[in-house]
Design a protein around this ligand. Structure first.
Ligand SMILES: Cc1cc2nc3c(=O)[nH]c(=O)nc-3n(C[C@H](O)[C@H](O)[C@H](O)COP(=O)(O)OP(=O)(O)OC[C@H]3O[C@@H](n4cnc5c(N)ncnc54)[C@H](O)[C@@H]3O)c2cc1C
Length: 401
């Protein structure tokens, strides 16, 4: 198998690289890389506005709504360069999750109302699916919406709602018909997060960030026309949403970038006068991760070029998530291994700062924030479908167990 990018694709890569080099402010890139969780709202907005000004705010959307019409390979090159430049890959819940659902199943009025402020970075979104007793078993969700005149009245609780505190809107799965089979009684509702009766309570996670939240809904009144598509079709739309971004869960661009940073850290560290990167133990660990990331990249490219038949593709996508998330942990562990005890000094407060600022200044720019990043990477084997759930899917689809 060979993947050769055409001269036009290579020129496109250079064009994207030059854009980020010229237009991405260094202070922004540095804060993104250090990685406050969540990043300051103003930074996220600034970056999205920058992409939008170039016509790259939502490359995967239809051109009619501001998309680019790029091929999957061009989108791949764009993301590769975005990460390489320390750009921000954020706003997923809006641009990549709810937008495709609104585009496919929403009304014209919903498209006109929600898509423009999303692509420009004026409005951000959160995903309200999981509940305390409905994570892997999502169909068990209990949050209920009952129609009362022209409004849905919503009661229940969501949990692990990323970015709810900084988002303006949320898309929620709610039960609108408790009498039918669990999957068939679910609807897809758009709720403004400052609606009376809706309370957001942050959950502070292990690295000190407060990007995760609990969302409590108590008699929240939602206009009837904020349902997407048909009542009872929410499960189908949610499955569509999860299918849209097949290769994103490989975390390929993140893994590639972090590998380079691990290499940089290991070059700067010495053991008995020898650069760590030249010591056999570290070099071996680094090489193992590098080979696996390379294999991941080829698998992603294979999926992008549609070589797989559709049946197997679902299993392959689960395999990408399984491998990609485990690699997130391996590659960030490599960085901590290189930092050694110094890793403890760079504990992120959630503001992109480090505890020992003087010490931080003595280190190359790519070092602070690594500890927080490694801790956050622990969650990658849970969200978007846990490792066990992915293995079940692979067993069922690929091995027919
Ligand atoms: C950082 C982070 C961000 C998140 N962001 C969001 C968000 O924005 N919106 C949102 O709606 N949700 C979000 N989630 C929630 C996420 O989708 C759930 O955590 C995930 O689906 C797992 O559900 P759970 O936590 O209830 O665990 P459970 O489903 O209770 O699983 C517990 C354990 O049991 C295992 N298990 C469960 N079922 C099976 C099975 N059938 N076979 C074998 N093992 C099984 C799991 O693998 C896991 O190890 C986020 C989670 C994290 C960690």
């Amino acid at each position: 198998m060979r993947f050769d990018f055409s001269p036009e694709d290579e020129a496109f890569r250079l064009e994207v690289r030059a854009f980020f080099r010229e237009h991405l402010p260094r202070d922004l890139a540095r804060r993104f890389y250090i990685g406050a969780h969540p990043p300051p709202r103003s930074d996220v907005r600034r970056f999205q506005a920058l992409l939008h000004s170039r016509g790259w705010g939502a490359p995967h959307w239809p051109e009619e709504w501001g998309g680019t019409g790029w091929s999957p390979l061009r989108k791949h090159l764009f993301m590769d360069e975005l990460y390489r430049a320390d750009g921000l890959d954020y706003g997923w819940q809006g641009l990549h999750m709810v937008a495709p659902v609104i585009l496919a199943f929403g009304s014209q009025a919903q498209k006109r109302r929600f898509l423009p402020p999303m692509i420009s970075g004026e409005e951000f979104w959160a995903q309200g699916f999981s509940e305390p007793n409905a994570g892997s078993d999502l169909a068990n969700l209990k949050t209920q919406a009952v129609l009362d005149g022209d409004e849905w009245v919503v009661n229940g609780q969501k949990i692990w709602t990323s970015d709810a505190k900084m988002a303006e809107w949320g898309f929620f799965l709610v039960r609108t018909d408790p009498a039918v089979k669990p999957q068939r009684g679910i609807s897809f509702l758009l709720i403004k997060l400052d609606t009376p009766g809706l309370t957001i309570r942050p959950i502070v996670s292990i690295e000190g960030g407060d990007g995760l939240n609990e969302v409590f809904l108590e008699n929240v009144r939602v206009p009837r026309d904020q349902i997407v598509g048909e009542p009872g079709m929410g499960w189908t739309y949610a499955k569509y949403l999860l299918e849209k971004e097949r290769t994103a869960s490989a975390f390929l661009y993140f893994n590639k970038r972090e590998l380079e940073k691990a290499r940089e850290i290991a070059r700067g560290q010495t053991v008995n006068g020898i650069p760590l990167i030249d010591t056999p133990g570290y070099a071996r660990n680094l090489a193992r991760v590098e080979v696996d990331i390379l294999a991941l990249e080829y698998s992603v490219l294979r999926v992008l070029s549609h070589e797989q038949n559709r049946h197997n593709l679902d299993a392959v996508v689960s395999a990408l998530k399984l491998r990609g998330s485990a690699l997130q942990q391996r590659v960030t562990d490599l960085q901590l291994e290189a930092l050694g005890l110094h890793a403890l000094r760079f504990w992120d407060h959630g503001e992109g700062e480090v505890i020992d600022a003087d010490e931080a200044l003595r280190w190359p720019a790519f070092v602070p924030g690594r500890t927080a990043q490694a801790l956050i990477a622990r969650a990658s084997t849970i969200y978007g479908g846990s490792q066990e759930v992915q293995k079940n899917i692979i067993a069922k689809l690929a091995f027919r167990l």
